[in-house]
Ligand binder design. Structure first.
Ligand SMILES: [Zn+2]
Length: 176
């Protein structure tokens, strides 16, 4: 079961590392800087070649949706949210370490509230309903013996090619 999901995720590119611009965008998003977040995610969307670029597009449209809400633009929020779902709906729950399902669930709750308030009362939207996007930054290790990419799990780093292994905490001294 897990291996089937893994295969599908890898095909989509969900095993990839987040683009640096995307990381920047997610950080800005979580600071409530939705315009700036949208700009960084757009950069990531432009330079990314794989299918995962559409995930960046979906997230940037959520940022634009939230921006519209904070500016009291009811129609704009509904329109962009509708568009974003096209790019967000088909991903696994977690892709490139991003909790995509949680983001979709949060955005749905936000939009339910926006629709409940309606055009007249959108100014009363409680922005505490905007929840941060959760993600884990995957680190890439390259084997110093054979040059292969190594897999990290719970701080144990292992080379599947030559069997080289170490504990990631062993390396911290070199980074200081
Ligand atoms: Zn190796």
């Amino acid at each position: 079961m897990a291996s089937i999901d893994q295969g599908r995720n890898n095909k989509l590119g969900c095993d990839r590392v987040l683009h640096a611009k995307a990381i920047q965008g997610l950080k800005l998003f979580n600071e409530g800087k939705f315009f700036e977040a949208h700009e960084e995610l757009e950069e990531a969307w432009k330079v990314e070649k794989g299918e995962v670029r559409e995930l960046y597009r979906g997230i940037l449209q959520i940022a634009v949706t939230y921006l519209h809400i904070t500016r009291g633009n009811y129609e704009g929020a509904l329109k962009v949210y509708g568009r974003s779902m096209k790019w967000l709906k088909n991903w696994p729950d977690i892709c490139m370490g991003i909790q995509v399902r949680k983001l979709r669930d949060t955005a749905k709750l936000v939009m339910n509230e926006v629709e409940r308030l309606g055009k007249e009362n959108i100014g009363g939207f409680n922005t505490s309903l905007f929840k941060p996007i959760q993600w884990i930054e995957k680190r890439i290790w390259i084997c110093d013996r054979c040059g292969s990419e190594m897999v990290e799990k719970n701080c144990k780093v292992n080379c599947s090619n030559c069997g080289n292994r170490f504990d990631c905490s062993d390396l911290n001294i070199h980074f200081d």
